[in-house]
Design a protein around this ligand. Structure first.
Ligand SMILES: CC(C)(COP(=O)(O)OP(=O)(O)OC[C@H]1O[C@@H](n2cnc3c(N)ncnc32)[C@H](O)[C@@H]1OP(=O)(O)O)[C@@H](O)C(=O)NCCC(=O)NCCS
Length: 166
């Protein structure tokens, strides 16, 4: 039996925002704890993916979307930055990875970039997040440069910046 197509919908209501925050908590805790440790994960979840942080980002021009296959399985956040679309977040639940949902979200981001008239996609990824870097390379991202962000409390984000022209 074939699965129905996943649905991608805008995050608009408090309930939607809570859905993103809970996806983030589940995905980030599992994925980032081995990379950056549980204390930094907790700090970053609180700073960047709490319901109030997401609400503020949306007010500041970030767009959030949830991808659902019967139930929510991932999310995307994008922002227009000059001639570039910044892919701020792209996450798929561990059980749903490797099944094309990341590609779906990326195609959706490209459609949004086209609507905004933007020709470049940009994202940042932790240097040690090797599987995601490999996925981004398959999706056509390159020009990797090193970027370090001080995120407070003695923590840094030790990232690569990757770009794709569309
Ligand atoms: C990165 C991520 C969003 C990709 O989503 P996904 O649903 O797993 O990706 P898809 O199944 O659509 O695969 C996309 C492409 O990447 C490739 N890919 C996916 N995982 C890969 C891996 N671990 N190693 C190598 N290539 C991989 C796929 O083969 C596919 O390429 P193809 O179209 O040429 O076949 C997802 O794996 C994820 O959420 N990872 C953990 C969280 C994370 O680090 N997010 C990024 C933060 S910057």
């Amino acid at each position: 039996m074939e699965l129905n197509s996943p649905e991608i919908s805008s995050v608009l209501t408090t309930e939607d925002i809570n859905t993103v925050a809970s996806l983030a908590r589940e995905i980030w805790t599992k994925h980032y704890t081995p990379i950056i440790g549980s204390e930094q994960v907790a700090y970053m979840l609180d700073k960047f993916q709490s319901p109030s942080a997401i609400t503020k980002q949306i007010a500041d021009g970030y767009y959030y979307f949830v991808i659902a296959q019967d139930e929510p399985i991932g999310y995307l956040s994008i922002k227009e930055e000059g001639d570039t679309l910044f892919i701020s977040k792209i996450y798929v639940s561990a059980d749903s990875r490797g099944k094309g949902y990341g590609n779906r979200l990326m195609r959706f981001a490209i459609k949004q970039a086209n609507q905004f008239g933007l020709k470049i996609l940009r994202l940042t990824v932790n240097k040690y997040n090797t599987k995601s870097i490999a996925a981004y390379e398959k999706m056509g991202f390159s020009n990797t440069i090193e970027v370090v962000f001080d995120i407070g409390n003695g923590y840094i984000m030790d990232d690569y910046e990757m770009m794709k022209t569309i």
